[in-house]
Design a protein around this ligand. Structure first.
Ligand code: TNX
Length: 746
């Protein structure tokens, strides 16, 4: 009897807990209470609540619930009172047996409350009872942004509105609209019609991986008229989303120059870019350029009501400025020192203009180079350093570091994913982010306006793929920005996200199911390697094979890391209740004489390109050109100097390694390599060398044969960085990246 009672009690308790577990972003404070609100056949919303917003709820839940605005003051959903004392986005919801009471200071607060309410209703669509509870909620960050690049590929106004719908559902409040770049100008400017007549079109587009250098031969274009822009801004306003437009300068300007070549330092002619990357032809800092940009900004400012105007500022090569007499003269007369000073002068002038119109500028972290404009805010993308520097000097910053916030990166093992930019940013990675870096004290931390994720569209061909890259990562971003993400409890968050999939299904959203796919990584095991499978779900539901066959429910159950003592392909899949739930992942492992041996590096790889540490170089997995983040080690400006201890004197006749060629991402083939051996690990003797030209001929798949065979215990492999990126390449003037993988020995 007592047990039965306990059982009943725990079921009651569990139901209570289960009854309310799907809110994303998690509210700041949620207390469950006794009792429940039973959802009536027709639910009335008080007519004293802001009606635009109430209509949103009615539409959002159409077909699931019958909701009406009341004719008199009798209603189940009621406003308590409006407290002007709270911040805009603050709200509280009290669900009681008699009704649902909402408090807020502004219509925005009410709208955020309605998102919570919509999720509560959806969760209880079938039992039609919402447990009594009190929610008191507000975001930690006031900038919770999501960006969309409509240049590399164009998404029409209806698609952009749909995108805004998605952002609103997860309480994202800022939409960063990337409207101009090298590959196209996408906003009508009345004073300069050629910007769209000519600048919105490109001859063709790059297809496939950057390194393939292939083009489709199909003209591409698209832009928004000012009428369409207004329509989208109106739409966003109803969703309480601010749109921050971006007009890129001084770099990423080829499309503008194709229409108005006189704004460049050289005569042209120019064409909108057909490939991705960074281009040398940029706006020339002459008077007519400033006049042009000010006129463009006038129209942009008249359209967009946002406090901030994004002026780009990233990746501006200085090659043209170096050779331009006017620019050099300007550096002298204005005492700017060098081209970086000139970039800073450029941005400061634009800032002054934008400020004179009552607005502020925000720019990518390169606007720090040569000195930041006085009132500018920084969008920190190459890492967190830009944001830290800004905050420490009293400037506002939005954090959007590539390693956490780039939704153009892969979200699962690349072999199961559509082609993406590179990198590896799975759901748990974005979920683990905290926008205020530890380097900042409390006072400085206040300058972090918030967080944003970016969706660059080089490899995003249509809106279905936009959805795929956005979901479910948008949900994690939402909690990061709301300040309620709890990385220790990632699995609880993942469960909520999976629960939301059914709503996305109902809406026909093409979200990614990559979290169901098992991932694998190589670990050391004895003096060799083993392959460990991992995923956020129970790994014991994984079945795998090593003989090349497809895993089925009858295949081996995964227990612990699989010993890899010979070349093999491991195939694995996740099953639930006997049913295949994931893609079948596969990994080829090439065991050679160096695989799994102790390896030491003199220079360390960059932290965001060292996924598996130095073992990556001898883990039996060949670097995959499709993915930069996982199978390679990436070194910025430095050489690979690796010493491998083979454990005992070992004979070998061939050494091989891969060096990646991806100039668009600033990754250059190695400039040369040397092989040395030793028996004591101290005194090394050179046994082979290979030059830059040979490496280029082999396109980075380097093989060195030894006749006669060599024998040694220690092996030192030196692979040299290409140095400074030469002019005419993306990133010219910066240190090249060297990406190396798999040093094999046969
Ligand atoms: C860098 S992020 C860029 C973009 C690319 C993106 C691809 C930034 C300010 N510039 O032009 O699309 O990388 O991830």
């Amino acid at each position: 009897m007592r047990n039965l009672f306990l059982l009943l009690l725990s079921t009651v308790f569990l139901t209570a807990l289960n009854a309310q577990n799907q809110l994303i972003p998690q509210p700041k404070k949620l207390e469950l209470k006794q009792g429940e609100f039973v959802i009536p056949e027709t639910l009335l919303i008080s007519k004293s609540l802001p009606q635009h917003e109430s209509n949103y709820l009615i539409n959002r839940l159409k077909g699931k619930f019958d909701i009406e605005i009341s004719k008199n003051n009798l209603a189940e959903i009621r406003k308590i009172y409006i407290e002007k004392v709270h911040p805009d986005e603050w709200y509280s919801i009290s669900v009681e047996e008699k009704g649902i009471y909402i408090r807020f200071s502004t219509n925005t607060g009410y709208f955020r409350a309605l998102q919570t309410l919509a999720q509560l209703f959806e969760e209880h669509q079938h039992d039609r009872k919402i447990p009594a509870m009190l929610i008191v909620d507000e975001p930690q960050f006031k900038w919770r942004g999501m960006h969309l690049d409509v240049v590399r590929h164009f998404f029409n106004k209806e698609e952009v509105k749909r995108y805004l719908d998605y952002l609103a559902m997860y309480k994202i409040n800022t939409f960063h609209w990337h409207l101009t770049d090298d590959q196209g100008w996408r906003i009508e400017i009345k004073k300069y019609p050629k910007l769209t007549e000519i600048g919105s079109k490109r001859k063709e587009s790059m297809i496939g991986p950057y390194g393939d250098n292939r083009f489709d031969g199909v003209p591409y274009g698209g832009f928004y008229t000012q009428e369409e822009i207004k329509e989208v801004i109106e739409y966003a306003k109803k969703l309480h989303i601010t749109i921050v437009p971006e007009i890129e300068m001084p770099g990423h300007a080829l499309a503008a120059l194709s229409a108005y070549p006189e704004l460049a330092c050289t005569p042209g002619p120019f064409e909108a870019a057909t490939k991705w990357g960074v281009f040398d032809d940029v706006f020339c800092p002459k008077e007519e350029t400033f006049e042009f940009l000010e006129n463009v900004l006038d129209e942009v400012i008249a359209l967009f009501p946002s406090e901030y105007i994004h002026i780009g500022g990233d990746e501006c090569p200085k090659v043209r400025w170096k050779e331009c007499a006017h620019c050099q003269e300007l550096i002298k007369t204005e005492n700017l020192g060098d081209e970086e000073g000139l970039q800073s002068y450029f941005i400061k002038r634009i800032e002054k203009y934008v400020n004179s119109k009552g607005r502020k500028i925000i720019g990518w972290n390169e606007i720090l180079e040569g000195g930041l404009a006085p009132n500018a805010a920084v969008m920190s993308w190459t890492g967190e350093e830009g944001g830290i520097e800004a905050a420490k000097t009293g400037h506002y910053a939005v954090m959007t570091p590539g390693a956490y916030c780039y939704f153009d990166h892969y979200q699962g093992d690349p072999q199961n994913e559509p082609l993406a930019f590179g990198g590896y940013t799975p759901l748990d990675k974005i979920y683990s982010y905290h926008p205020i870096p530890e380097e900042l004290n409390a006072e400085e931390g206040k300058y972090i306006l918030g967080v944003q994720a970016n969706l660059w569209a080089e490899y995003i061909l249509d809106f279905k793929q936009v959805e795929y890259m956005l979901f479910p990562r948008l949900m994690a971003l939402a909690e990061v920005g709301w300040g309620t993400n709890d990385p220790k409890n990632y699995l609880a968050f993942e469960k909520k996200a999976v629960d939301h999939f059914k709503y996305l299904d109902e809406m026909g959203v093409n979200y990614s199911k990559s979290i169901f796919n098992p991932s694998g990584k190589v670990i050391r095991s004895g003096n060799g390697i083993a392959y460990e499978l991992y995923m956020s779900k129970d790994v014991h539901n994984i079945r795998y094979t090593t003989d090349g066959s497809e895993p089925t429910i009858n295949s081996e159950t995964y227990q612990s890391p699989i010993r890899v003592d010979r070349p093999m392909t491991i195939r694995a899949a996740y099953f639930e209740n006997g049913e295949l739930k994931s893609a079948i992942t596969h990994q080829r492992l090439n065991v050679s004489k160096s695989t799994g041996k102790a390896i030491e590096l003199v220079n360390q790889p960059a932290s965001n390109y060292s996924f598996g540490g130095e073992l990556t170089l001898v883990d039996g997995i060949e670097g995959d050109p499709k993915v930069l983040g996982k199978t390679w080690l990436g070194f910025s400006g430095t050489d690979v100097i690796a010493t491998i201890d083979l454990g005992e004197r070992t004979e070998f006749s061939k050494l091989y390694f891969n060096s990646l060629n991806n100039k668009g991402s600033w990754i250059h083939l190695a400039g040369g390599a040397k092989i040395l051996i030793s028996d004591d690990g101290v005194n090394f003797k050179e046994i082979g060398e290979i030059g830059k030209q040979k490496i280029e001929e082999m396109n980075g798949r380097v093989e060195i044969n030894f006749v006669p065979a060599q024998s040694a215990r220690y092996l030192k492999v030196e692979i040299y960085n290409a140095g400074i990126i030469p002019d005419g390449n993306p990133g010219a003037g910066h240190a090249a990246w060297l990406f190396v993988d798999e040093i094999g020995l046969k």
